[in-house]
Design a protein around this ligand. Structure first.
Ligand SMILES: [Zn+2]
Length: 389
């Protein structure tokens, strides 16, 4: 993560959406006369397209009042227990039809492209019943058709226990496994399944049987792990061979050793810890213990209603102790690895998808240095300009 290759005076050639050349400008002989569209970046820095590997961006309804209540001292779990939090978004999302969910998702997808994000994971989990979970996933596939953003959908069946199963969490897990998972697999949109493994949300045992069932149906696995209390989610992710374990604020050294040895990507979500004022995940210790660390926004209506890559990069460098090179790797190739896509996206290399970002700056250091400022000049997805400022 600490070894970023930097080329000066470079050119990139994209052909049919793939990178056909990346290297010194002097090594590329092709011109407009040969049918190429030539774009002069004017000495600006170019980095791989950002991969936001953890979001919940297809939802209805906002919770700004809860944000202010937390700022005034209420805890995330206080709000969760008083019927706010995720269950409030569940009610709003159940009431939203497919057209509205897709329109809201599309609006947020364009904002992500403006921030240089070319691929984003997106979790369901605001339906919690079969009909709404399938509708949320279908909305994601509509957003992917209508925008250049590549979307990796995740069925987050274990996000919260819905009101109709209040006090019967394990029965809800039975329902998710028996009724929803097979329907999600048959629908064919979701690529991953995810569980919020946390004291007071879903325990290790329930999370494990849900994820094992999802894995048996061919879905990749992700775990919301060790966020508020150390619950065992990191060990679970490692045991099941999950693609990533995410949050990890309370992960201890033994958890980090397990993640490193099992190749589970450790995903840090500093916008969430910033908004919840919880202190940050130990990204420095993770990297030093050999973990592959990814950075993602966690964009969602509750704990972090922000998809800001500039703020994320600044927090990584200023608060998580990450170098610029580590920050960029975490936002690109390691995000791709957290989605099982590192062989196709995440770096500017011949043969990979031509996904990259032109920064309105002479070097990538400006990503963090111009703190919180969007410096994206253009976002290119599969060789086509998806956004230009
Ligand atoms: Zn999340």
């Amino acid at each position: 993560m600490g070894r970023m290759s930097v080329q000066g005076e470079a050119s990139i050639l994209a052909r049919e959406g793939k990178i056909a050349y990346a290297g010194p400008a002097s090594g590329l002989e092709i011109s407009e006369a040969e049918g190429a569209q030539v774009i002069d970046a004017g000495g600006r820095a170019v980095v791989p397209g950002f991969v936001d590997s953890h979001t919940h961006f297809v939802f209805a309804g906002y919770r700004a009042d809860e944000f202010l209540a937390r700022a005034a001292g209420a805890s995330y779990m206080d709000i969760h227990r008083s019927g706010g939090g995720i269950l409030r978004t569940v009610a709003d999302t159940r009431a939203a039809d497919l057209g509205l969910l897709a329109a809201l998702g599309e609006m947020r997808a364009w904002a992500m492209l403006q921030d240089g994000v070319t691929t984003a994971e997106c979790k369901s989990g605001y339906g919690l019943d079969k009909e709404t979970e399938l509708r949320q996933l279908e909305a994601m596939s509509l957003v992917a058709e209508r925008t250049p953003l590549e979307i990796v959908p995740t069925y987050m069946g274990l996000h919260a226990t819905p009101p109709e199963f209040a006090g019967r969490t394990s029965e809800y897990v039975d329902y998710a496994i028996a009724e929803v998972l097979p329907a999600v697999a048959a629908q064919g949109i979701a690529r991953f399944a995810d569980a919020f493994c946390e004291q007071g949300v879903f325990g290790v045992e329930d999370s494990e049987r849900f994820l094992a069932a999802a894995g048996a149906l061919g879905l990749g696995l992700k775990v919301h792990a060790e966020e508020m209390r150390r619950t065992g989610g990191a060990a679970l992710a490692s045991r099941l061979g999950a693609a990533s374990a995410d949050h990890l604020l309370k992960a201890d050294d033994s958890d980090l050793a397990l993640l490193a040895s099992s190749g589970v990507v450790a995903t840090c979500l500093p916008l969430t810890s910033f908004c919840l004022r919880e202190g940050h995940a130990r990204a420095r210790a993770m990297i030093d213990s050999g973990c592959a660390v990814a950075l993602a926004t966690d964009l969602n209506p509750g704990s972090a209603c922000s998809g800001s890559v500039p703020l994320l990069a600044a927090l990584a460098v200023l608060q998580l102790g990450m170098s610029l090179s580590e920050t960029i790797a975490a936002l690109t190739i390691n995000g791709a690895a957290a989605l099982g896509l590192a062989d196709r996206i995440g770096t500017i290399e011949i043969g990979k998808d031509a996904d990259f970002v032109v920064l309105d700056a002479p070097s990538a250091s400006h990503l963090a240095y111009r703190t919180g400022v969007n410096i994206v000049k253009a976002t290119v997805k599969r060789g086509s300009i998806a956004y230009r400022s």
